[in-house]
Write a protein that binds this ligand. Sequence first.
Ligand SMILES: [Zn+2]
Length: 305
Amino acid sequence: MTSTTKTECPVCGPAATSAVGVCHEQPVVACTQCGLLFVGECQTVEDTEEFFRSEHVDSEELTAMHYVTFRKDSLEREAAVIQRLYPEGGRLLDVGTASGYFLREFADVSGWEPVGVEPSAVSTRFARQEFGLDVREGYLQEQQFAAESFDVVTSLDAFNCHREPNEDLAEIHRVLKPGGTFAIEIPGQSYRMLTGSGPLCRLLFGCSLRLNAGVNFYFYTTQALVTMAQRAGFVLQDAYPESTPVQGRLVSRLAKSAYFTATSLLYRLTGGRVHYAPKEYLIFRKPAAAKPAWQQAPAEPRAAA
Ligand SMILES: [Zn+2]
């Protein structure tokens, strides 16, 4: 029998929890302090990491379908946001690179130096061979990147797979230059609960909770993620609604597209307060370090000779 480990709320620490349900035979709980949903007990961090290295993605065809075909529209929009922020380019690190399609958007653009980190051996090989990218196989903290060595760090629909989210936010903060940008795409929690729980979920999928537990561990609200990022030293700059992967039959794709258009409009009109979009793209900044006092003081005017 594989050993399991108890998890705790990444916002509140060891607070009490209440049972919400079971998904993929794993208990989903809610923090009684902040309401965050997460998998309450799961396999060890080492076993999870091994799963993502060797099992989660088991073929290059799967990588191409799920992380290029289904995702390319979102990834192109997200790359364009970064390129507008940095017209001169910069050093970019994508954590959880998957197919590499996002980094490919930077590969041949003057001034950009894209680097990826990806635990899956299959996806790493795909990104290197298909797009000729510099992708390091493994996990962020294993890479030991130099402090303050990236202008931009991105995490696109990957962060809910991280078992140690606060430690990883701290590492992202460490490797970013002062004034640098951290851009993260997370699933929209209202959309996820709308389609992944309750009557609609039972009707569509025949189960009461569909959160892909065991691949996802924490089901962040915007508020929870922003709180954690602020504690790590980031400041929220901007936010955009994003779409679900474009897949399925034509009718289903058209319905999803109409839903995204409507929820995007609502999101933009309310400044993100009414958020039923499938995903959200949050742009954080690492504040530029305060200059030491001797740099801030105006220079003494020199006496005329
Ligand atoms: Zn909590």
